[in-house]
Design a protein around this ligand. Structure first.
Ligand code: ZN
Length: 166
C-alpha cells in the first residue's frame, strides 16, 4: 500500500474504495447464505463510484440456473441505466466468476472486474479459463483479483462446512 502511494498519489484511496465496495458484495453474499444460497455476492459501480446494483446468488430462490450474483447484478444495473452496455462500470464479485458470468461481463462491456477469492475449480477469469482478457474476444477488461480475498473465501468455507455438518 505504501509502495503504491509512492508511485501514484491516488493509489491508496483507490484501494480503500475497492475494499469498501467489496464489502457491499460481501453483505449480499451473506444475505444469500441466509436464504440457503451459495454465498456469492456482486455489485456494479459507475466510473464515478455510484452503486448501480447489488445482488447475491438467487439460483434456488428463483429456480434459475443463470441467476448467479453477477448476472442478477448486471441485469439490474442495465435496467437502471436503460442500456445493455455497461461501458465504464466496475463489477465487484466476492468469488472469481464462472464461464457464464465472465461471458456476461464481456457482453456488458464492463470496464473493470474486481474479485475476492479465486475459484480453482470453475473460475473463468484466471483459474480454469481466461474469458475476461482473451485476445479472441472483442472486449477485454481490467482485472483486480484478491480484494478482501480471505474474508470472501471464509464466507464460502463457513457455508459449505455448515452444510456438510447438517
Ligand atoms: Zn457465475
Amino acid at each position: 500500500m505504501l509502495l503504491g502511494e509512492d508511485f501514484e498519489g491516488h493509489a491508496s484511496a483507490a484501494e480503500g474504495a475497492d475494499e469498501r465496495l467489496m464489502r457491499e458484495a460481501l453483505a449480499a453474499a451473506r444475505d444469500a447464505a441466509a436464504r440457503g444460497e451459495v454465498p456469492v455476492g456482486a455489485c456494479v459501480v459507475t466510473r464515478e463510484g455510484e452503486l448501480l446494483a447489488v445482488a447475491g446468488n438467487r439460483t434456488r430462490s428463483d429456480c434459475d440456473p443463470t441467476a448467479h450474483a453477477e448476472v442478477v447484478a448486471l441485469r439490474e444495473a442495465a435496467r437502471r441505466v436503460g442500456n445493455y452496455r455497461l461501458t465504464g462500470t466496475t463489477m465487484y464479485a466476492t468469488v472469481e466468476p464462472c464461464a457464464m458470468c465472465a461471458g456476461a461481463l464481456v457482453q456488458a462491456r464492463v470496464r473493470r472486474l474486481v474479485y475476492g477469492a479465486p475459484d480453482p475449480r470453475a473460475g473463468a477469469v484466471e483459474s480454469v479459463f481466461r474469458v475476461c482478457d482473451s485476445g479472441s474476444l472483442n472486449h477485454r477488461m481490467e482485472l483486480t483479483p484478491g480484494v478482501l480475498e480471505e474474508e470472501c473465501r471464509r464466507v464460502m468455507q463457513e457455508f459449505f462446512r455448515a452444510r456438510r455438518a447438517k
